[in-house]
Ligand binder design. Structure first.
Ligand SMILES: Cc1cc2nc3c(=O)[nH]c(=O)nc-3n(C[C@H](O)[C@H](O)[C@H](O)COP(=O)(O)OP(=O)(O)OC[C@H]3O[C@@H](n4cnc5c(N)ncnc54)[C@H](O)[C@@H]3O)c2cc1C
Length: 455
């Protein structure tokens, strides 16, 4: 059976960052092109990145997480098939097989197809991980379930994994009044930062009453009449009303792989710079594909909303007959945890060495703005450059919320993207007024320290 009114054109599978960007940019490129977006759930164009702030209560209603409403998307020319799951693609017949909300199956013809099926949370095979009360967080429905559990009286939470989602959730659940235990296998929280910098965030989390158990591996989850217990190495035995597993994501590639697409880094689908898979007229974007990293020769997997937006745009333009290519990422990310912000871009020293660079790193601390104006706070900067080429390779920043940490990392991200040397940082014409900065921004202070040490 075909979907009523089915007109081949562009079909997009996935209605989050990548899929919606693809649909909207396709319409901007060719307003006449029929664009149908197939979405498994009922939440097109919602901010997954906003889920921790809904759970904290800072964003009181989940509906507020919509980047655009359904009617705004329809006004932009997208036909939405909500609650429809694509379960197979037939590339030779140019058809997507769908299951509708009633469970009936339909075929949807396409001329061109973009797949943005995203990622799903990794659930390690721990005994007890399937017990009621054990959650993951990747969708609106999962966030609403968690919210309900809190509303029904959950008071003790154990978070497994202290990456950026685990630390954001430690903040969120503490704000909701829960007692939180944060368990991390690595020696410090925020494993995408050097451990001594991650520890600054660890101290911030502890300062707000969270119990942080680093170098600790969860081995099993048990249930008794009093609730859940999380057990692991180093004597971990913690009671909980709810447990959230936040140990990363894996690309959702079943559709593309069964249609014949090849996979690469971390099992993500291989695409070219135009986001074309190896399959005829099938593009893919976002968390389901691997990413070109501007500093690495090898492909990487960087499941981030920023990347999904850019890749979705490129896929949509190309699928609509335009010409665009994805320029690559440098792994820029920022996270706010209580009153601190941690941000990074590019490679850390160890990552750079593993990629064949000759990294030299310096660490400086500089005020975010002139000390004579009230409220100055320290910004910790670790800057890494290549000894031979002097190319800027990476920056990690930790500082107070309000100290413009994320926009400061964007200076470094821009410089890396442009292929600048560390020395060029001092030439950049950055803004200055005493309440906001200094004549030399902390990024430039770090650059000068590096330049002075690598002669
Ligand atoms: C809690 C949390 C916080 C985050 N915070 C940040 C942040 O601060 N900054 C940042 O850059 N990134 C952040 N991310 C990552 C970011 O949310 C993802 O990188 C981004 O959502 C990826 O977008 P996507 O469109 O590729 O995939 P997803 O958002 O995973 O969406 C996949 C879409 O495909 C649909 N779908 C999947 N399979 C099918 C199917 N078979 N048929 C039909 N539809 C299907 C889904 O319903 C969904 O609409 C966060 C992620 C989480 C979980």
């Amino acid at each position: 059976m075909s979907i009523d009114g089915d007109v081949p054109g562009l079909v997009v599978v996935g209605g989050s960052d990548a899929g919606i960007m693809a649909g909207l940019w396709a319409k901007l490129t060719n307003a006449e092109l029929p664009v149908t977006v197939v979405v498994r759930d009922a939440y097109p164009n919602f901010s997954i990145c906003g889920l921790p702030f809904y759970l904290s209560g800072e964003t009181p209603e989940w509906q507020m997480l919509a980047h655009r409403t359904v009617s705004q998307l329809e006004d932009a020319g997208l036909r939405l098939l909500l609650g429809h799951e694509a379960f197979a693609i037939d590339p030779s017949a140019r058809t997507v097989h769908l299951r509708d909300p009633e469970g009936d199956c339909h075929d949807l013809a396409y001329d061109r197809l973009v797949v943005g099926t995203g990622a799903r949370s990794i659930v390690p095979p721990l005994p007890g991980v399937g017990l009621p009360g054990v959650h993951v967080l990747h969708t609106i429905d999962q966030a609403r379930e968690l919210d309900l559990a809190i509303e029904r009286g959950a008071r003790r939470a154990v978070l497994i994994g202290a990456g950026y989602i685990g630390t954001e959730l430690a903040d969120a659940l503490t704000r909701r009044g829960l007692e939180v235990v944060l368990v991390e296998m690595a020696p410090a929280v925020l494993t995408t930062f050097d451990p001594d910098l991650g520890e600054l965030v660890g101290a911030e989390v502890r300062r707000h009453g969270v119990s942080v158990r680093t170098s600790t591996t969860v081995e099993r989850i048990a249930a008794d009449e009093k609730g859940l217990r999380v057990l692991g190495s180093r004597g971990l035995d913690t009671p909980a009303d709810l447990v959230i597993v936040a140990v990363g994501v894996r690309p959702e590639t079943d559709l593309l792989v069964s249609a014949g697409a090849a996979t690469g880094a971390r099992g993500a689908v291989i695409v070219d710079a135009g986001m074309l898979t190896g399959l005829d007229d099938i593009w893919a974007a976002g968390d389901c594909v691997q990413t070109h990293h501007v500093l690495l020769d090898s492909p990487s997997y960087l499941p981030l909303g920023t990347t999904a937006h850019k890749q979705g745009r490129v896929a949509g333009i190309n699928a609509a007959g335009g010409h665009a290519s994805f320029a690559g990422s440098c792994g820029t990310q920022a996270v706010k945890v209580f009153d601190l912000v941690a941000a990074r871009t590019g490679l850390r020293g160890g990552e750079a060495a593993a990629a064949g660079y000759q990294p030299v790193s310096v660490t400086v601390t500089a005020d975010d703005h002139k000390a004579f104006y009230p409220g100055a706070t320290p910004v910790h900067v670790r800057l890494t450059g290549d000894r031979t080429t002097r190319r800027l390779l990476g920056v990690q920043l930790i500082g107070a919320y309000g100290a413009e940490i994320s926009k400061r990392i964007d200076i470094a991200a821009t410089a890396i993207h442009a292929g600048h040397t560390v020395d060029v940082l001092s030439d950049l014409d950055l803004s200055y007024t005493p309440p906001l900065s200094s004549p030399w921004d902390p990024i430039q202070v770090a650059g000068q320290a590096w330049t002075g040490s690598v002669t």
